[in-house]
Design a protein. Structure first.
Length: 699
């Protein structure tokens, strides 16, 4: 007797422990739901990413204001800034020539367009007579090329171009002269005050180049073209703040359009000081990183306190399925029910029985269960793929809700009394037939009067207590998949009201049940999934991801970005140990390497997907971006000379293509491995085996 009491006490203790554990999980879910569903707005500067975003916006506005004030002349046209910088370690060249308001000339080659850019700066108002002469060194027999033009001075500047595409290979010198007159008519014009002639002469080499060793590549231009390299540029004239501001816009456009390397090569050719190019490039990287990365982090990241554990997910799914089962009037076999929260996905297997009140087939049950599970996951920010399998079991599994066969019959229908009274059946047969005919007429009239939907098929069945209407419709609009906004529930409600009002006197005590289905809708549409993935051509299984709100969430769940991000995240999970050990330094190198110099944001996204800490990702990408900016700014000229000397102009594009190609192939193979693991059949096979073991082969 004592032993029995001890055993019963132990069982009771086990039940209490399980109950307390369940209650604890429920309380934690309730608390997380409360935090996630809070309507009051949080203080803006409540998290570290908010401070970073605020700093990024502030610096972006300050940077834009500085460039605008410099280029518009608000800060004047002093050369003090460039002159002071040239006296420090920031400028590795010689000290620039400080000329303040003195007129000066700037000459540099535009090799892509095959001309020399000639410009006069700090010119007085008037008409600039510009003249250039190109002569070949050590060739006195050639008279050279001379051309002149007169243009009105605009904002202290005048521009001219000297084409060199018709020159042969050799060494040349170009002399450029500028004189300011008071009129464009030179016969009557006179030189204005401080408009006396200024001139500048520089030496340059011209070569005819083609694609060189890499000319066989399709992206390498194999046509011959002239290229100029200045051999004696002379002393560098200090740039004014206004000129630096104007070149700030040019450098930003070049970097946004062609990458950091394009901007540096453009500025380096024009003689822009390296410190200014580095400042512009670093500022662009900083604004991009400090503004966009915190926004992406807010969209993708989830606080540790709000991350659901496996027990949380299991309890949430179970409660959701319970609620849906009651609404759909189905019975879940919890003994065979399975859920497995894997690293890659959440797999759910739901076996259920139809009841007399069930009015949904397995497709609709699957869509409804998936919809409610994904809605809950959206609240709790669980964006892991969900793979749901539902299966009908028991004697009512064969009910066809599109034809009405089996509706309203249950297990008790299999056992009929020997003596049955058919009198009530025959007495009501005429009435039931008339009701069904009237309902069919109402259906026809409803869809005839509507221009936005068309009835594709309908079934009306009835007994003494229920009139069941099943309708399949199709929207008539072009591109209805995108444009037709009405949900199936809304169509069902409108149809129910119309039939009820039109046949109110005939329905009597019978319950009207209307079930509608959009012929073009898919499981993804009906479940409200943000993104879906299919198992393949011969596999009708899909996995669905909860919908993310906002423009950022929608962008992340597009087909291309969704597939790419999920594959990268899968790779990160595979390399978790290596990322934890080397991720910080690897991110610095990834952002720094020359052919990915513009990849600050890409590096930040990789760190985010790899679940690295916010501050570590921010520090690594900022360091890598800063090193890349400085590297390109101070070595661009040397890189150009080296590539030009060894005919390696196509090396960087080739490296970029090889790198991108290798990354594409790696991502593609990883995607295949992920798909294979995502749709593995082990758990599904075990589920079907358990159903067969309990209910036999017919189920």
């Amino acid at each position: 007797m004592g032993e029995q009491n001890i055993e019963s006490t132990e069982v009771a203790d086990d039940v209490d422990i399980e109950q307390r554990s369940t209650d604890k999980v429920a309380r934690e879910l309730s608390e997380i739901r409360r935090r996630r569903s809070k309507t009051e707005k949080k203080r803006f500067l409540s998290n570290k990413e908010d401070y970073v975003l605020f700093a990024g916006i502030g610096y972006g506005l300050l940077f834009a204001l500085v460039i605008f004030c410099m280029s518009s002349g608000v800060l004047g046209s002093s050369t003090t800034l460039d002159h002071k910088a040239s006296q420090t370690f920031l400028d590795t060249g010689e000290e620039c020539e400080d000329i303040e308001d003195t007129p000066w000339i700037h000459i540099f080659p535009e090799n892509d367009l095959e001309y020399m850019s000639l410009a006069g700066h700090n010119l007085v108002d008037g008409y600039a007579l510009m003249n250039y002469t190109i002569k070949e060194v050590d060739n006195s027999q050639w008279q050279g090329v001379t051309e002149e033009v007169i243009e009105e001075v605009d904002d202290g500047r005048a521009y001219f171009t000297a084409p060199f595409e018709n020159l042969g290979v050799g060494e040349y010198e170009i002399n450029f002269e500028v004189t300011i007159y008071n009129s464009s008519n030179l016969t009557t014009a006179s030189v204005v005050e401080n408009g006396e002639k200024i001139e500048k002469t520089i030496d340059f080499e011209l070569e005819i180049t083609d694609g060189g060793f890499f000319s066989f590549l399709p992206f390498v231009d194999s046509d011959s073209r002239s290229e100029v390299r200045i051999t004696d540029p002379g002393s560098r004239t200090c740039w004014t703040t206004k000129d630096l501001g104007d070149w700030g816009y040019i450098l930003m456009a070049a970097e946004l359009g062609g990458g950091r390397e394009t901007a540096m090569l453009t500025g380096g050719t024009a003689g822009i000081p390296a410190w200014w190019m580095a400042f512009i490039s670093l500022s662009l990287s900083a604004v991009t990183l400090l503004v966009i990365y915190p926004i992406m982090y807010k969209i993708y990241h989830q606080d540790t306190d709000d991350v659901l554990s496996r027990s949380h997910i299991a309890r949430l799914v179970e409660d959701t399925i319970n609620k849906t089962a009651k609404r759909l009037n189905i019975l879940i076999d919890w003994e065979l029910y399975k859920i497995e929260s894997r690293e890659l996905s959440i797999d759910i297997m739901v076996p259920y029985k139809n009841t007399d009140a069930t009015l949904s087939d397995s497709k609709d049950v699957r869509a409804e269960v998936l919809r409610e599970v994904l809605e809950e996951f959206a609240i709790f920010r669980v964006f892991k793929p969900v793979q749901l399998t539902v299966r009908t079991i028991g004697i009512n599994q064969a009910i066809d809700f599109d034809s009405g066969v089996g509706v309203g019959t249950g297990a008790e229908g299999a056992q009929l009394e020997d003596e049955q009274d058919y009198s009530s059946f025959f007495s009501e047969l005429h009435t039931l037939s008339r009701v069904e005919d009237e309902v069919r007429d109402s259906l026809d009239l409803f869809f005839t009067r509507r221009s936005d939907v068309k009835m594709e098929g309908a079934v009306v069945t009835s007994d003494d207590s229920v009139i069941f209407v099943s309708v399949i419709y199709r929207p008539t609009q072009r591109f209805a998949f995108f444009r037709f906004k009405k949900t199936t529930d809304e169509v069902e409600v409108e149809l129910y009201r119309y039939i009820s009002e039109r046949n109110n006197d005939l329905l009597g005590s019978q319950e009207l049940i209307v079930k509608a289905r959009n012929q073009i809708s898919t499981l993804a549409d009906r479940s409200g999934a943000g993104r879906v993935e299919s198992g393949g051509k011969d596999d009708d299984r899909i996995v669905a991801v909860a919908k993310q709100d906002g423009l950022g969430g929608k962008m992340l769940q597009t087909k291309f970005l969704g597939d790419t991000l999920s594959t990268v995240e899968y790779m990160a999970n595979e390399k978790r140990e290596m990322i934890n050990k080397w991720g910080f330094w690897g991110l610095i190198v990834f952002v720094w390497i020359p052919f990915m110099a513009s990849g600050v944001l890409v590096g930040a996204m990789l760190g985010l997907l790899s679940r690295m800490q916010f501050s570590r990702v921010l520090a690594a990408t900022f360091i890598g971006g800063a090193v890349a900016s400085v590297t390109w700014a101070y070595t661009a000229e040397g890189i150009v000379k080296f590539m030009h000397q060894y005919k390696l102009e196509a090396v960087i594009p080739l490296i970029i293509i090889v790198f991108i190609g290798a990354a594409f192939l790696h991502i593609r193979s990883t995607k295949v491995r992920r798909q294979t693991e995502l749709f593995e059949d082990t758990l599904l096979d075990n589920f079907h085996a358990d159903v067969h073991a309990k209910y036999g082969e017919d189920n």
